[in-house]
Design a protein around this ligand. Structure first.
Ligand code: HEM
Length: 299
């Protein structure tokens, strides 16, 4: 754990150790209230991220505090709904054919983002159709909250581009902000996962030796970072911190350690991802579909 602090200017603590991330994700002194915009650079970073990950005056669920009762209720309801879908998607239903074809290299590279976005979008609206424009909106939204280039907050053109991207994505899921997060932000980790799957599937000996469950685990990609803010001063793992310090939890770095798959969806935390079972089930289903059809072709 590393505290980058210049009094009055910045206090950002980067955390990439799995045990420390687990402890912080449960620590009541560290939350997503994001109410304090000081010291100066902490404030600029938070304003940038909150502006990008809010729509219509409301924060995305991933930016809302632990104690927000509506957030917790919606998280549970989505978790239940996605788990029901996971049970069937895991089996490799016909609807996964186009993704399976992409994994087998039978579809253009550029189609992947659109295929994944449509699959996630259909969790929210049965008739969701993704296209090049909605995928471009997801790319815009993905880049918007990056901690780098804090000063881009003041670019009027970029602000308008991000607002238009969110409006487009929101309209497609009837304004459901979990849907905007899924089809605009979270899907990028699924896209990266399918790229891993294509490489694995392309190696025939590895393909034959890999079960659907193992393929799904192989394709799990954690978000690069998530944010928290200290609501009081304290110390954790020998690292003192002040009130309002920002914690950057480096999940993808931590996921390089052994036995860290729980960090991909932060499944032991109050903020666990509602898609923690559905995403691996999707990977399993597509792997099964791709492998079954490959087997038939071989026969
Ligand atoms: C590989 C894909 C995905 C990964 C790795 C992932 C990972 C995560 C992680 C680590 C969190 C916790 C964030 C935090 O603690 O601040 C989270 C939260 C969340 N995820 Fe995912 N996610 C994925 C896909 C999805 C999809 C497809 C959806 C929507 C269908 C989704 C919806 C959400 C929501 C709504 C939350 C906020 C939960 C809350 O705190 O109330 N995620 N996700």
């Amino acid at each position: 754990m590393e505290n980058h602090r210049i009094p009055g200017l910045i206090e950002v603590i980067k955390v990439s150790d799995p045990e420390e991330i687990r402890a912080l994700s449960l620590d009541p002194r560290v939350d997503r209230k994001f109410l304090a915009f000081r010291p100066l650079l902490n404030g600029l970073l938070l304003r940038k991220v909150l502006k990008a990950l809010s729509f219509g005056g409301k924060r995305f669920p991933t930016m809302r505090p632990r104690g927000d009762a509506d957030r917790a209720h919606d998280q549970d309801a989505l978790w239940e709904r996605l788990n029901e879908r996971a049970a069937t998607v895991r089996l490799g239903e016909e609807g996964l054919d186009r993704l399976a074809e992409w994994v087998k290299g039978q579809r253009a590279d550029r189609e992947l983002g659109i295929l994944v976005q449509q699959t996630v979008g259909r969790l929210f609206v049965d008739s969701y159709i993704a296209d090049a424009e909605s995928w471009a909106a997801a790319m815009t939204l993905d880049a918007a909250p990056r901690p780098k280039g804090i000063l881009t907050t003041i670019s009027w053109r970029l602000t308008r581009k991000v607002s238009r991207a969110k409006a487009l994505l929101a309209a497609k899921v009837n304004g459901d902000l979990a849907g905007v997060h899924g089809t605009g932000v979270a899907l990028h980790n699924i896209v990266k996962g399918f790229r891993e799957m294509q490489t694995l599937h392309g190696n025939i000996s590895k393909r034959l030796a890999t079960t659907a469950e193992a393929a799904a685990t192989h394709c799990l990609i954690a978000p690069a970072t998530i944010l928290r803010q200290a609501t009081s001063a304290g110390e954790i793992a020998g690292c003192p911190f002040h009130k309002n310090a920002i914690f950057v939890l480096e999940l993808s770095e931590a996921h390089k350690h052994a036995d860290s798959n729980d960090l991909v969806f932060l499944e032991q935390s109050w903020s666990r991802c509602p898609a923690e079972r559905w995403v691996p089930a999707l990977f399993e289903g597509v792997w099964r579909r791709a492998s079954t059809v490959s087997q038939e072709t071989v026969d």
